[in-house]
Design a binder for this molecule. Structure first.
Ligand SMILES: C[S@@+](CC[C@H](N)C(=O)[O-])C[C@H]1O[C@@H](n2cnc3c(N)ncnc32)[C@H](O)[C@@H]1O
Length: 213
């Protein structure tokens, strides 16, 4: 993690602070540990690309693609990958109505669904679940809606990030409960595992893992 964060050293203070905050607050290691060491990996809504860098650094046999709607974040991610000398990661700016057009061995989606609004979030999740290759995995990290006080704190923070500081592109702040994420993955034919990650953390992080047959 430290090496990935250092890859942003030459970038604007705002970017560095944001990346350092994400490194501290988001349990990326729990996602990385569940991504197979080989194959095509999609980091959907990659932001500044910290998770993409971790995934690429974690195994040279992963071919990682990070996509995001925010051109400034994609540029920051590309610059960090060059600094880190990682050749197995690439980034792409996509349109808001982007949908996957191919299969992936692993798909990571970290704190993106809550920005889309409930119906769009479920629709994208369904498409992503169906884009998992046979035997592939989808890892959806979101904020749990319980306990209530942790949830309200996380919601307030995200309202500030999207509407006041505008560090995150998105109009909605509508967290999708883990049960809805799990049901959507199951409906797409995946086997589902819940991984609560909030113990000892202020944010009620929750990972839903879907495995394609
Ligand atoms: C809270 S950030 C999380 C970034 C990164 N996944 C991480 O964990 O640090 C949410 C990201 O989702 C992106 N985003 C919002 N709507 C999107 C969409 N329709 N498709 C892809 N990315 C989107 C935003 O630009 C932002 O970078």
């Amino acid at each position: 993690m430290a090496a990935a964060v250092h890859a942003y050293d030459g970038q604007a203070l705002r970017v560095r602070l944001h990346v350092q905050g994400r490194a501290r607050s988001c349990p990326f290691d729990a996602i990385e540990a569940r991504v197979p060491p080989e194959g095509d990996v999609l980091d959907a809504g990659c932001g500044h690309g910290l998770l993409s860098l971790l995934l690429a650094a974690g195994s040279p046999r992963r071919r990682v693609t990070g996509i995001d709607v925010d051109p400034a974040k994609v540029a920051a991610a590309e610059a960090a990958a060059v600094t880190a000398r990682l050749t197995n990661v690439a980034f792409e700016r996509v349109a808001h109505d982007w949908i996957p057009e191919r299969r992936w061995d692993a798909i990571a989606l970290a704190d993106v669904l809550y920005l889309l609004g409930h119906d769009a979030a479920v629709a994208l999740l369904d498409r992503l679940a169906r884009a998992a290759a046979p035997g592939g995995v989808i890892l959806v990290k979101e904020i749990d809606t319980a306990p209530r006080w942790k949830y309200e704190l996380a919601r307030l923070q995200e309202v500030v990030a999207t509407r006041v500081a505008r560090v995150t592109a998105g109009d909605a702040v509508e967290f999708v409960p883990p049960t809805v994420i799990a049901d959507t993955l199951r409906d797409a034919g995946l086997a589902v595992e819940h991984v609560p990650l909030q113990h000892g953390r202020l944010h009620p992080h929750h990972l839903v893992v879907g495995r394609a047959p």
